[in-house]
Design a protein around this ligand. Structure first.
Ligand SMILES: Cc1cc2nc3c(=O)[nH]c(=O)nc-3n(C[C@H](O)[C@H](O)[C@H](O)COP(=O)(O)OP(=O)(O)OC[C@H]3O[C@@H](n4cnc5c(N)ncnc54)[C@H](O)[C@@H]3O)c2cc1C
Length: 509
Protein backbone atom coordinates (compact mmCIF):
# COMPACT_ATOMS: atom_id res chain seq x y z
CA UNK A 1 0.00 0.00 0.00
CA UNK A 2 2.91 2.34 0.74
CA UNK A 3 5.23 3.21 -2.12
CA UNK A 4 8.98 2.66 -1.90
CA UNK A 5 9.80 6.32 -1.15
CA UNK A 6 7.32 6.58 1.70
CA UNK A 7 8.46 3.26 3.08
CA UNK A 8 12.04 4.43 3.10
CA UNK A 9 11.14 7.66 4.95
CA UNK A 10 8.92 5.78 7.34
CA UNK A 11 11.68 3.29 8.07
CA UNK A 12 13.93 6.13 9.20
CA UNK A 13 11.24 7.61 11.44
CA UNK A 14 10.30 4.30 12.99
CA UNK A 15 13.92 3.86 14.08
CA UNK A 16 13.29 6.83 16.38
CA UNK A 17 10.56 5.03 18.35
CA UNK A 18 11.54 4.77 22.00
CA UNK A 19 9.06 2.22 23.35
CA UNK A 20 6.49 -0.36 22.27
CA UNK A 21 3.22 0.65 20.67
CA UNK A 22 0.00 -1.34 20.40
CA UNK A 23 -2.31 -0.54 17.48
CA UNK A 24 -5.91 -1.57 18.18
CA UNK A 25 -7.91 -1.85 14.99
CA UNK A 26 -11.66 -2.07 14.45
CA UNK A 27 -12.54 -3.54 11.05
CA UNK A 28 -15.35 -5.37 9.28
CA UNK A 29 -15.54 -7.11 5.92
CA UNK A 30 -15.84 -3.97 3.70
CA UNK A 31 -13.08 -2.89 1.31
CA UNK A 32 -12.08 0.23 3.31
CA UNK A 33 -11.61 -1.98 6.38
CA UNK A 34 -9.49 -4.36 4.32
CA UNK A 35 -7.33 -1.46 3.11
CA UNK A 36 -6.92 -0.13 6.64
CA UNK A 37 -5.96 -3.55 7.99
CA UNK A 38 -3.41 -4.00 5.19
CA UNK A 39 -2.02 -0.54 5.91
CA UNK A 40 -1.66 -1.14 9.65
CA UNK A 41 -0.14 -4.58 9.13
CA UNK A 42 2.37 -3.07 6.72
CA UNK A 43 3.31 -0.53 9.41
CA UNK A 44 3.73 -3.28 11.97
CA UNK A 45 5.90 -5.28 9.58
CA UNK A 46 8.34 -2.37 9.50
CA UNK A 47 9.05 -2.15 13.23
CA UNK A 48 9.35 -4.78 15.93
CA UNK A 49 8.07 -2.12 18.35
CA UNK A 50 4.58 -2.14 16.76
CA UNK A 51 2.01 -4.86 17.41
CA UNK A 52 -1.55 -5.02 16.15
CA UNK A 53 -4.66 -6.29 17.92
CA UNK A 54 -8.23 -6.44 16.62
CA UNK A 55 -10.85 -4.76 18.76
CA UNK A 56 -14.18 -2.90 18.56
CA UNK A 57 -13.94 0.91 18.50
CA UNK A 58 -16.82 3.44 18.26
CA UNK A 59 -16.15 3.86 14.51
CA UNK A 60 -15.35 1.14 12.01
CA UNK A 61 -12.95 1.17 10.29
CA UNK A 62 -10.62 2.96 12.69
CA UNK A 63 -7.52 2.26 14.74
CA UNK A 64 -6.05 3.65 17.93
CA UNK A 65 -2.40 4.02 18.85
CA UNK A 66 -1.59 3.03 22.41
CA UNK A 67 1.26 2.46 24.79
CA UNK A 68 1.87 -1.16 25.69
CA UNK A 69 0.60 -0.38 29.20
CA UNK A 70 -2.63 1.49 28.40
CA UNK A 71 -4.81 3.43 25.98
CA UNK A 72 -3.85 6.96 24.95
CA UNK A 73 -7.07 7.97 23.23
CA UNK A 74 -5.37 8.74 19.89
CA UNK A 75 -7.59 7.31 17.13
CA UNK A 76 -7.59 7.55 13.34
CA UNK A 77 -10.94 6.91 11.65
CA UNK A 78 -9.77 6.70 8.05
CA UNK A 79 -6.37 5.87 6.61
CA UNK A 80 -4.08 8.80 7.47
CA UNK A 81 -2.33 9.23 4.14
CA UNK A 82 -2.00 12.53 2.22
CA UNK A 83 -1.38 15.48 4.53
CA UNK A 84 -2.24 13.35 7.57
CA UNK A 85 0.64 10.93 7.08
CA UNK A 86 2.87 13.15 9.24
CA UNK A 87 0.18 13.09 11.94
CA UNK A 88 0.40 9.31 11.99
CA UNK A 89 4.20 9.30 12.18
CA UNK A 90 4.21 11.86 15.02
CA UNK A 91 1.53 9.93 16.90
CA UNK A 92 3.60 6.73 16.67
CA UNK A 93 6.74 8.50 17.89
CA UNK A 94 5.02 10.42 20.69
CA UNK A 95 3.05 7.43 21.96
CA UNK A 96 6.32 5.46 21.93
CA UNK A 97 7.71 8.00 24.39
CA UNK A 98 9.61 10.38 22.15
CA UNK A 99 9.48 13.93 23.56
CA UNK A 100 7.53 16.45 21.46
CA UNK A 101 9.19 19.65 20.27
CA UNK A 102 6.94 21.89 22.34
CA UNK A 103 7.78 24.47 25.02
CA UNK A 104 7.73 23.08 28.55
CA UNK A 105 5.26 25.81 29.58
CA UNK A 106 2.72 24.50 27.05
CA UNK A 107 3.31 20.88 28.11
CA UNK A 108 2.67 21.87 31.74
CA UNK A 109 -0.54 23.68 30.72
CA UNK A 110 -1.75 20.57 28.85
CA UNK A 111 -0.99 18.33 31.81
CA UNK A 112 -2.89 20.66 34.13
CA UNK A 113 -6.18 20.24 32.21
CA UNK A 114 -8.75 18.33 34.29
CA UNK A 115 -12.11 16.88 33.28
CA UNK A 116 -13.30 14.89 30.31
CA UNK A 117 -12.33 16.15 26.86
CA UNK A 118 -13.35 13.95 23.94
CA UNK A 119 -12.23 15.70 20.77
CA UNK A 120 -13.20 14.68 17.22
CA UNK A 121 -11.70 16.38 14.16
CA UNK A 122 -13.20 16.03 10.69
CA UNK A 123 -10.51 16.40 8.03
CA UNK A 124 -9.88 15.93 4.34
CA UNK A 125 -6.60 14.31 3.37
CA UNK A 126 -5.82 17.20 0.99
CA UNK A 127 -6.33 19.86 3.67
CA UNK A 128 -3.04 21.50 4.61
CA UNK A 129 -4.59 23.22 7.64
CA UNK A 130 -5.85 19.98 9.18
CA UNK A 131 -2.61 18.27 10.31
CA UNK A 132 -1.73 21.08 12.74
CA UNK A 133 -5.03 20.59 14.53
CA UNK A 134 -4.86 16.79 14.42
CA UNK A 135 -1.28 16.78 15.69
CA UNK A 136 -2.04 19.27 18.47
CA UNK A 137 -5.01 17.27 19.75
CA UNK A 138 -3.16 13.96 19.40
CA UNK A 139 -0.33 15.35 21.48
CA UNK A 140 -2.79 16.55 24.12
CA UNK A 141 -4.21 13.01 24.27
CA UNK A 142 -0.75 11.54 24.64
CA UNK A 143 0.14 13.95 27.46
CA UNK A 144 -3.11 14.00 29.39
CA UNK A 145 -5.35 11.00 30.14
CA UNK A 146 -8.38 13.35 30.42
CA UNK A 147 -8.12 14.10 26.69
CA UNK A 148 -8.94 11.79 23.76
CA UNK A 149 -8.86 12.62 20.07
CA UNK A 150 -10.19 10.97 16.93
CA UNK A 151 -9.26 12.15 13.45
CA UNK A 152 -12.15 11.41 11.07
CA UNK A 153 -11.56 11.39 7.33
CA UNK A 154 -14.67 13.03 5.86
CA UNK A 155 -14.35 10.96 2.67
CA UNK A 156 -14.50 7.69 4.64
CA UNK A 157 -17.38 8.83 6.90
CA UNK A 158 -19.52 10.73 4.39
CA UNK A 159 -22.86 10.05 6.09
CA UNK A 160 -21.55 11.43 9.38
CA UNK A 161 -20.19 14.54 7.66
CA UNK A 162 -23.49 15.12 5.90
CA UNK A 163 -25.58 14.56 9.01
CA UNK A 164 -23.51 17.20 10.81
CA UNK A 165 -23.62 19.53 7.75
CA UNK A 166 -19.84 19.85 7.84
CA UNK A 167 -18.69 21.98 4.88
CA UNK A 168 -15.30 23.16 6.11
CA UNK A 169 -12.31 21.31 7.50
CA UNK A 170 -10.81 20.94 9.96
CA UNK A 171 -14.03 20.98 12.01
CA UNK A 172 -13.44 20.13 15.64
CA UNK A 173 -16.06 18.84 18.09
CA UNK A 174 -15.56 18.60 21.83
CA UNK A 175 -17.80 16.19 23.74
CA UNK A 176 -20.18 16.22 20.75
CA UNK A 177 -20.47 20.03 20.56
CA UNK A 178 -18.90 22.19 17.84
CA UNK A 179 -15.57 23.53 19.17
CA UNK A 180 -14.03 25.36 16.20
CA UNK A 181 -12.98 25.15 12.58
CA UNK A 182 -9.99 26.18 10.51
CA UNK A 183 -6.34 26.09 11.41
CA UNK A 184 -5.64 26.23 15.13
CA UNK A 185 -2.25 25.93 16.76
CA UNK A 186 -1.60 23.86 19.87
CA UNK A 187 -1.27 27.06 21.89
CA UNK A 188 -4.59 28.38 20.57
CA UNK A 189 -6.42 25.19 21.53
CA UNK A 190 -4.80 25.09 24.97
CA UNK A 191 -5.65 28.78 25.50
CA UNK A 192 -9.34 27.92 24.96
CA UNK A 193 -9.20 25.31 27.72
CA UNK A 194 -7.06 26.93 30.40
CA UNK A 195 -7.44 30.29 32.14
CA UNK A 196 -5.89 33.25 30.29
CA UNK A 197 -2.78 34.71 31.92
CA UNK A 198 -3.49 37.62 34.22
CA UNK A 199 -3.23 41.08 32.61
CA UNK A 200 -0.80 42.13 35.35
CA UNK A 201 1.86 39.88 33.77
CA UNK A 202 1.89 42.32 30.83
CA UNK A 203 1.31 45.54 32.81
CA UNK A 204 4.36 44.83 34.98
CA UNK A 205 6.73 44.61 32.01
CA UNK A 206 9.45 47.26 31.75
CA UNK A 207 9.02 49.61 28.75
CA UNK A 208 10.46 48.27 25.49
CA UNK A 209 12.80 50.11 23.14
CA UNK A 210 10.91 48.54 20.24
CA UNK A 211 7.55 46.83 20.42
CA UNK A 212 6.59 44.94 17.26
CA UNK A 213 2.86 44.38 16.74
CA UNK A 214 2.36 41.36 14.47
CA UNK A 215 4.25 38.08 14.10
CA UNK A 216 4.23 37.41 10.36
CA UNK A 217 7.31 37.62 8.11
CA UNK A 218 7.57 41.40 8.51
CA UNK A 219 7.21 41.39 12.30
CA UNK A 220 9.62 38.49 12.75
CA UNK A 221 12.18 40.19 10.53
CA UNK A 222 11.80 43.51 12.38
CA UNK A 223 12.18 41.83 15.79
CA UNK A 224 15.32 39.95 14.73
CA UNK A 225 16.88 43.12 13.35
CA UNK A 226 16.22 45.21 16.48
CA UNK A 227 17.18 42.42 18.90
CA UNK A 228 20.48 42.07 17.05
CA UNK A 229 21.13 45.73 17.81
CA UNK A 230 20.98 44.78 21.48
CA UNK A 231 17.91 46.88 22.25
CA UNK A 232 14.96 45.73 24.34
CA UNK A 233 12.50 44.15 21.90
CA UNK A 234 9.04 42.71 22.38
CA UNK A 235 6.69 41.16 19.83
CA UNK A 236 2.92 40.74 20.17
CA UNK A 237 1.38 38.25 17.75
CA UNK A 238 -2.18 37.14 17.59
CA UNK A 239 -1.13 34.23 15.36
CA UNK A 240 2.60 33.75 14.91
CA UNK A 241 3.47 33.19 11.23
CA UNK A 242 0.58 35.27 9.87
CA UNK A 243 -0.67 34.49 6.39
CA UNK A 244 2.25 32.15 5.82
CA UNK A 245 0.35 29.68 8.01
CA UNK A 246 -2.34 29.54 5.29
CA UNK A 247 0.07 29.01 2.42
CA UNK A 248 0.75 25.60 0.94
CA UNK A 249 3.76 25.72 -1.37
CA UNK A 250 6.16 28.66 -1.47
CA UNK A 251 8.48 28.76 -4.45
CA UNK A 252 9.60 32.38 -4.50
CA UNK A 253 11.31 32.75 -1.15
CA UNK A 254 14.66 33.46 -2.73
CA UNK A 255 17.42 30.93 -2.04
CA UNK A 256 14.89 28.31 -0.88
CA UNK A 257 13.56 26.52 -3.95
CA UNK A 258 10.50 25.12 -2.22
CA UNK A 259 9.07 25.30 1.25
CA UNK A 260 5.68 25.13 2.91
CA UNK A 261 3.93 27.80 4.93
CA UNK A 262 3.82 26.15 8.37
CA UNK A 263 7.46 25.09 7.97
CA UNK A 264 8.53 28.65 7.19
CA UNK A 265 6.39 29.97 10.07
CA UNK A 266 8.09 27.54 12.48
CA UNK A 267 11.53 28.66 11.23
CA UNK A 268 10.55 32.31 11.71
CA UNK A 269 9.58 31.65 15.30
CA UNK A 270 12.69 29.59 15.96
CA UNK A 271 14.86 32.37 14.53
CA UNK A 272 13.16 35.07 16.62
CA UNK A 273 13.63 32.95 19.74
CA UNK A 274 17.38 32.74 19.06
CA UNK A 275 17.50 36.33 20.30
CA UNK A 276 16.49 38.12 23.43
CA UNK A 277 12.97 38.93 22.25
CA UNK A 278 9.95 38.93 24.57
CA UNK A 279 7.47 36.92 22.46
CA UNK A 280 3.84 37.46 23.50
CA UNK A 281 1.71 35.07 21.45
CA UNK A 282 -2.09 34.92 21.19
CA UNK A 283 -2.33 38.59 22.15
CA UNK A 284 -4.23 41.17 20.12
CA UNK A 285 -3.49 44.88 20.15
CA UNK A 286 -6.64 47.00 20.32
CA UNK A 287 -5.42 50.57 20.91
CA UNK A 288 -2.32 52.69 20.34
CA UNK A 289 -1.67 56.05 21.96
CA UNK A 290 1.38 58.27 22.11
CA UNK A 291 2.02 59.76 25.55
CA UNK A 292 5.49 60.18 27.00
CA UNK A 293 6.01 56.63 25.73
CA UNK A 294 3.87 54.87 23.15
CA UNK A 295 1.18 52.74 24.77
CA UNK A 296 -0.29 49.63 23.15
CA UNK A 297 -3.36 48.20 24.82
CA UNK A 298 -4.12 44.49 24.51
CA UNK A 299 -7.54 42.87 24.27
CA UNK A 300 -7.24 41.71 27.89
CA UNK A 301 -6.91 45.35 29.04
CA UNK A 302 -3.17 45.20 29.73
CA UNK A 303 -1.02 48.11 28.55
CA UNK A 304 2.49 47.70 27.14
CA UNK A 305 4.80 50.71 26.85
CA UNK A 306 7.57 51.30 24.34
CA UNK A 307 9.83 54.05 22.99
CA UNK A 308 9.08 52.95 19.42
CA UNK A 309 6.50 50.66 17.84
CA UNK A 310 6.64 48.73 14.56
CA UNK A 311 3.21 47.90 13.16
CA UNK A 312 3.27 44.67 11.14
CA UNK A 313 -0.29 43.44 11.46
CA UNK A 314 -0.56 42.22 7.86
CA UNK A 315 -3.82 41.47 6.13
CA UNK A 316 -6.69 38.96 6.02
CA UNK A 317 -9.11 37.57 3.40
CA UNK A 318 -11.50 40.26 2.14
CA UNK A 319 -15.16 39.43 2.62
CA UNK A 320 -17.55 40.04 -0.28
CA UNK A 321 -20.03 41.62 2.12
CA UNK A 322 -23.24 40.43 0.45
CA UNK A 323 -26.26 38.92 2.24
CA UNK A 324 -25.68 35.24 2.99
CA UNK A 325 -21.88 35.42 3.34
CA UNK A 326 -21.78 35.60 7.14
CA UNK A 327 -24.84 33.40 7.59
CA UNK A 328 -23.43 30.54 5.50
CA UNK A 329 -19.73 30.72 6.49
CA UNK A 330 -18.61 27.08 6.84
CA UNK A 331 -22.05 26.07 5.54
CA UNK A 332 -21.10 26.40 1.89
CA UNK A 333 -19.24 29.73 1.95
CA UNK A 334 -15.51 29.00 2.02
CA UNK A 335 -12.20 30.78 1.55
CA UNK A 336 -9.68 27.94 1.30
CA UNK A 337 -10.02 25.79 -1.83
CA UNK A 338 -7.19 23.43 -0.83
CA UNK A 339 -8.86 22.69 2.51
CA UNK A 340 -12.54 22.64 1.74
CA UNK A 341 -12.56 21.71 -1.97
CA UNK A 342 -12.86 17.94 -1.33
CA UNK A 343 -16.08 18.48 0.66
CA UNK A 344 -17.68 19.73 -2.55
CA UNK A 345 -16.70 16.71 -4.65
CA UNK A 346 -19.34 16.09 -7.32
CA UNK A 347 -21.14 19.38 -6.48
CA UNK A 348 -21.47 22.75 -8.23
CA UNK A 349 -19.58 25.73 -6.86
CA UNK A 350 -18.81 29.37 -7.69
CA UNK A 351 -15.55 31.22 -7.22
CA UNK A 352 -16.00 34.95 -6.71
CA UNK A 353 -12.99 36.85 -8.07
CA UNK A 354 -11.03 36.59 -11.29
CA UNK A 355 -7.58 37.59 -10.02
CA UNK A 356 -4.71 35.13 -9.63
CA UNK A 357 -6.07 33.61 -6.41
CA UNK A 358 -9.60 33.25 -7.83
CA UNK A 359 -8.46 31.63 -11.06
CA UNK A 360 -5.99 29.35 -9.26
CA UNK A 361 -8.83 28.30 -6.95
CA UNK A 362 -11.13 27.63 -9.90
CA UNK A 363 -8.52 25.47 -11.66
CA UNK A 364 -7.90 23.56 -8.46
CA UNK A 365 -11.61 23.04 -7.76
CA UNK A 366 -12.40 22.01 -11.35
CA UNK A 367 -10.45 18.80 -10.71
CA UNK A 368 -12.69 17.92 -7.76
CA UNK A 369 -16.18 19.37 -8.16
CA UNK A 370 -18.76 18.86 -10.91
CA UNK A 371 -18.82 22.44 -12.17
CA UNK A 372 -17.20 25.78 -11.32
CA UNK A 373 -18.61 29.20 -12.19
CA UNK A 374 -16.10 32.05 -11.93
CA UNK A 375 -17.81 35.37 -11.17
CA UNK A 376 -15.83 38.50 -12.02
CA UNK A 377 -17.33 41.97 -11.65
CA UNK A 378 -15.01 43.60 -14.23
CA UNK A 379 -15.11 43.20 -18.03
CA UNK A 380 -11.92 41.07 -17.94
CA UNK A 381 -10.23 38.63 -15.58
CA UNK A 382 -7.13 40.06 -13.89
CA UNK A 383 -5.27 36.76 -13.52
CA UNK A 384 -2.00 36.11 -15.35
CA UNK A 385 -2.41 35.03 -18.98
CA UNK A 386 -0.99 31.56 -18.34
CA UNK A 387 -3.60 30.90 -15.65
CA UNK A 388 -6.43 32.21 -17.82
CA UNK A 389 -5.36 29.94 -20.66
CA UNK A 390 -5.48 26.93 -18.37
CA UNK A 391 -8.85 28.01 -16.96
CA UNK A 392 -10.48 28.41 -20.37
CA UNK A 393 -9.18 24.98 -21.40
CA UNK A 394 -11.21 23.25 -18.67
CA UNK A 395 -14.50 21.67 -19.75
CA UNK A 396 -16.36 22.12 -16.45
CA UNK A 397 -15.74 25.85 -15.91
CA UNK A 398 -17.95 28.79 -16.89
CA UNK A 399 -16.59 32.33 -16.62
CA UNK A 400 -19.05 35.17 -16.03
CA UNK A 401 -17.61 38.64 -16.51
CA UNK A 402 -19.36 41.94 -15.69
CA UNK A 403 -21.25 40.00 -13.04
CA UNK A 404 -21.72 41.62 -9.63
CA UNK A 405 -22.51 39.20 -6.80
CA UNK A 406 -25.76 40.25 -5.11
CA UNK A 407 -26.55 37.48 -2.61
CA UNK A 408 -25.56 34.00 -1.50
CA UNK A 409 -28.78 32.12 -0.96
CA UNK A 410 -29.67 29.10 1.15
CA UNK A 411 -31.75 27.72 3.98
CA UNK A 412 -29.54 25.87 6.45
CA UNK A 413 -26.67 25.79 3.90
CA UNK A 414 -25.86 27.41 0.56
CA UNK A 415 -28.18 26.56 -2.33
CA UNK A 416 -27.33 29.26 -4.85
CA UNK A 417 -25.91 32.63 -5.79
CA UNK A 418 -27.55 35.69 -7.34
CA UNK A 419 -25.68 38.24 -9.43
CA UNK A 420 -26.46 41.37 -11.42
CA UNK A 421 -25.45 41.43 -15.08
CA UNK A 422 -23.80 44.79 -15.60
CA UNK A 423 -25.29 46.54 -18.62
CA UNK A 424 -28.70 44.87 -18.62
CA UNK A 425 -28.87 45.16 -14.78
CA UNK A 426 -30.84 41.92 -14.78
CA UNK A 427 -30.59 39.67 -11.73
CA UNK A 428 -29.58 36.08 -12.47
CA UNK A 429 -29.56 33.13 -10.10
CA UNK A 430 -27.48 29.94 -10.23
CA UNK A 431 -28.23 26.89 -8.13
CA UNK A 432 -25.08 25.54 -6.50
CA UNK A 433 -23.79 24.19 -3.20
CA UNK A 434 -20.58 26.11 -2.54
CA UNK A 435 -19.14 29.61 -2.92
CA UNK A 436 -15.42 30.30 -2.62
CA UNK A 437 -14.65 33.98 -2.00
CA UNK A 438 -11.31 35.01 -3.53
CA UNK A 439 -11.32 38.79 -3.80
CA UNK A 440 -8.06 39.74 -2.19
CA UNK A 441 -7.03 41.02 1.19
CA UNK A 442 -7.86 43.78 3.64
CA UNK A 443 -5.21 45.31 6.00
CA UNK A 444 -5.54 44.61 9.74
CA UNK A 445 -5.47 48.26 10.72
CA UNK A 446 -9.01 49.12 11.87
CA UNK A 447 -7.78 49.26 15.45
CA UNK A 448 -5.67 52.32 14.52
CA UNK A 449 -8.74 54.40 13.70
CA UNK A 450 -8.66 57.70 15.60
CA UNK A 451 -4.84 57.66 15.96
CA UNK A 452 -2.42 59.98 14.18
CA UNK A 453 -1.15 57.07 12.10
CA UNK A 454 -2.15 58.11 8.59
CA UNK A 455 -3.73 55.45 6.35
CA UNK A 456 -4.92 55.27 2.75
CA UNK A 457 -8.61 55.06 1.87
CA UNK A 458 -8.37 51.27 1.93
CA UNK A 459 -6.76 51.30 5.38
CA UNK A 460 -3.12 50.72 4.43
CA UNK A 461 -0.61 52.48 6.70
CA UNK A 462 1.35 55.14 4.81
CA UNK A 463 5.10 54.78 5.32
CA UNK A 464 8.18 56.58 4.03
CA UNK A 465 11.32 54.89 2.74
CA UNK A 466 12.49 54.25 6.33
CA UNK A 467 9.25 52.60 7.30
CA UNK A 468 8.23 55.65 9.37
CA UNK A 469 4.53 56.50 9.70
CA UNK A 470 3.06 59.98 10.24
CA UNK A 471 3.28 59.47 14.03
CA UNK A 472 6.88 59.96 15.21
CA UNK A 473 8.28 56.79 16.80
CA UNK A 474 5.74 54.57 15.08
CA UNK A 475 6.97 52.53 12.10
CA UNK A 476 5.19 49.98 9.92
CA UNK A 477 6.09 47.13 7.58
CA UNK A 478 4.63 44.45 5.35
CA UNK A 479 1.12 43.88 4.05
CA UNK A 480 -0.50 46.38 6.43
CA UNK A 481 1.32 49.23 4.66
CA UNK A 482 0.87 50.99 1.32
CA UNK A 483 3.67 48.90 -0.21
CA UNK A 484 2.38 48.17 -3.73
CA UNK A 485 3.39 44.50 -3.62
CA UNK A 486 2.49 41.99 -0.94
CA UNK A 487 4.96 39.13 -0.77
CA UNK A 488 6.92 37.30 1.93
CA UNK A 489 10.32 38.52 0.84
CA UNK A 490 9.07 42.09 0.44
CA UNK A 491 7.51 41.99 3.92
CA UNK A 492 10.73 40.70 5.43
CA UNK A 493 12.69 43.44 3.67
CA UNK A 494 10.33 46.13 4.87
CA UNK A 495 10.46 44.67 8.42
CA UNK A 496 14.22 45.09 8.33
CA UNK A 497 13.85 48.65 6.98
CA UNK A 498 11.38 49.59 9.73
CA UNK A 499 13.66 48.05 12.38
CA UNK A 500 16.66 50.03 11.19
CA UNK A 501 14.45 53.12 10.90
CA UNK A 502 13.31 52.65 14.51
CA UNK A 503 16.88 52.11 15.70
CA UNK A 504 18.00 55.28 13.93
CA UNK A 505 15.07 57.17 15.52
CA UNK A 506 16.07 55.92 18.99
CA UNK A 507 19.67 57.08 18.53
CA UNK A 508 18.56 60.53 17.39
CA UNK A 509 15.97 60.96 20.15
C1 LIG B 1 -2.97 31.79 0.58
C2 LIG B 1 -1.77 32.72 0.45
C3 LIG B 1 -0.69 32.31 -0.29
C4 LIG B 1 0.43 33.14 -0.41
N1 LIG B 1 1.50 32.69 -1.13
C5 LIG B 1 2.62 33.44 -1.19
C6 LIG B 1 3.79 32.96 -1.86
O1 LIG B 1 3.81 31.85 -2.39
N2 LIG B 1 4.89 33.76 -1.88
C7 LIG B 1 4.93 35.00 -1.30
O2 LIG B 1 5.96 35.66 -1.33
N3 LIG B 1 3.84 35.47 -0.66
C8 LIG B 1 2.69 34.74 -0.58
N4 LIG B 1 1.58 35.22 0.07
C9 LIG B 1 1.65 36.57 0.66
C10 LIG B 1 2.43 36.57 1.98
O3 LIG B 1 1.97 35.54 2.81
C11 LIG B 1 2.30 37.92 2.68
O4 LIG B 1 2.75 38.93 1.82
C12 LIG B 1 3.09 37.97 3.99
O5 LIG B 1 2.70 36.95 4.88
C13 LIG B 1 2.89 39.31 4.68
O6 LIG B 1 3.58 39.30 5.88
P1 LIG B 1 3.20 40.32 7.04
O7 LIG B 1 4.11 40.01 8.18
O8 LIG B 1 3.21 41.70 6.52
O9 LIG B 1 1.69 40.02 7.43
P2 LIG B 1 0.95 38.69 7.88
O10 LIG B 1 1.59 37.51 7.33
O11 LIG B 1 -0.47 38.95 7.57
O12 LIG B 1 1.14 38.68 9.47
C14 LIG B 1 0.44 39.58 10.30
C15 LIG B 1 0.69 39.25 11.76
O13 LIG B 1 0.05 40.23 12.57
C16 LIG B 1 -0.78 39.61 13.54
N5 LIG B 1 -1.85 40.55 13.89
C17 LIG B 1 -2.81 41.08 13.09
N6 LIG B 1 -3.53 41.98 13.77
C18 LIG B 1 -3.01 42.02 15.03
C19 LIG B 1 -3.32 42.76 16.21
N7 LIG B 1 -4.30 43.67 16.24
N8 LIG B 1 -2.58 42.53 17.33
C20 LIG B 1 -1.57 41.62 17.33
N9 LIG B 1 -1.22 40.90 16.24
C21 LIG B 1 -1.94 41.10 15.11
C22 LIG B 1 -1.21 38.34 12.85
O14 LIG B 1 -1.73 37.41 13.78
C23 LIG B 1 0.11 37.93 12.23
O15 LIG B 1 0.95 37.40 13.21
C24 LIG B 1 0.45 34.43 0.21
C25 LIG B 1 -0.65 34.83 0.96
C26 LIG B 1 -1.75 33.99 1.10
C27 LIG B 1 -2.94 34.43 1.93
Amino acid sequence: MLDADIKQQLNQYLQLMEGDVLIKISVESDSVSADMLAFVEELASMSSRITVEKTQLPRTPSFSINRAGGDTGVTFAGIPLGHEFTSLVLALLQVSGRAPKVEQEVIDQIKSIRGNYEFETYVSLTCHNCPDVVQALNLMSVLNPSVTHTMIDGAAFKAEVESKDIMAVPSVYLNGEFFGSGRMTLEEIVAKLVEAPDASIFNDKEPFDVLVVGGGPSGASAAIYTARKGIRTGIIAERFGGQVMDTVGIENFISVKYTEGPKLAASLEEHVKEYNVDVMKLQRATRLEKKELIEVELENGAILRSKTVILSTGARWRNIGVPGEEEFKNKGVAYCPHCDGPLFAGKDVAVIGGGNSGVEAAIDLAGIVRHVTVIERNPELKADAVLQKRLYSLPNVTVLKNAVTKEITGTDKVNGISYIERGSEEVQHIELQGVFVQIGLVPNTEWLQGTEVERTGSGEIIVDNRGATSLPGVFAAGDCTNSPFKQIIISMGSGATAALGAFDYLIRN
